[in-house]
Design a protein around this ligand. Structure first.
Ligand code: F6R
Length: 243
């Protein structure tokens, strides 16, 4: 079942989504939180830091599992997702470093790393709450449109357009990753709850197609229509086509 919560703007979306995550942690302090990177969650992570500092929520007993990571990057690279998470959330709250999990972009054997990571997430019984952003083509994690829904954590070859889009974040001469590791659609669908955030008019078309169009691996997020507990928090602009 998909519940859609309409927010006024990015700020309001961030506040509402942060409240949902904080409520999850207050109700179950040892929650497994599935987390995402990208520009959309940055505001909600700031709100969670504020709530932590105000003493309203603690992440002491939380475990985290992130959706994805670039192959070849580790915490020393400010383009890595592990760096992003430390910078935007982990270093400012009381989550224990040993409770933080992401695919290891620096692993020598990518296939083995994907297997290891899937086992980690499965070992937790999957996420209690999985936070997702959504790509303009409906991707979730690095699960791009394709012929069938990938089940487990796997290695993906990034499309030319993704590599081109990403290259603007990298300094001249810096290695722009060509591959990434991502939870599969099955891994994501096994989460007990899903919270998807979307902001801006450029997301309006894909939000509409994902939740009101046919379920197809050509729009990976559309599979969420089959999940029993999905909350979409999106702002007016992203919900422009949803009456
Ligand atoms: C991030 C991720 C991606 C983003 C998506 C939207 O870990 O897996 O699927 O959620 O690309 O990105 P933004 O929020 O930058 O529009």
């Amino acid at each position: 079942m998909v519940q859609i919560i309409r927010a006024k703007d990015f700020e309001d979306m961030s506040r509402k989504a942060a409240n949902i995550i904080a409520a999850q942690v207050v109700l179950k302090p040892e929650s497994v939180l599935g987390l995402a990177t990208g520009s959309t969650p940055v505001g909600l992570y700031s709100r969670l830091i504020e709530m932590y500092k105000a003493g309203d929520v603690s992440f002491r007993n939380v475990h985290t599992v992130n959706l994805d990571e670039y192959e070849g990057l580790d915490a020393r690279s400010d383009q890595s997702y592990v760096w992003f998470m430390h910078h935007n959330l982990f270093d400012s709250v009381d989550v224990k470093s040993e409770n933080i999990n992401l695919p290891n972009g620096a692993a020598a054997d990518g296939e083995a790393e994907c297997k290891r990571y899937e086992e980690v997430v499965r070992g937790f019984g999957y996420a209690d709450l999985q936070l997702l952003g959504i790509g303009h083509n409906g991707h979730i994690g690095f699960n791009e449109p394709c012929g069938e829904f990938p089940q487990e954590t796997h290695r993906v070859e990034l499309t030319e357009s993704t590599i081109r889009a990403n290259s603007r974040f990298f300094a001249d001469g810096e290695h722009v990753p060509t591959h990434a590791y991502t939870m599969g659609i099955g891994t994501i669908m096994n989460a007990k709850k899903v919270l998807l955030v979307a902001s801006g008019k450029d997301k309006a078309d894909i939000v509409y197609r994902s939740f009101f169009g046919p379920v197809t691996p050509q729009v990976p997020a559309s599979i969420l229509q089959f999940h029993p507990d999905v909350t979409v928090v999106a702002d007016e602009a992203a919900l422009a086509l949803v009456k």
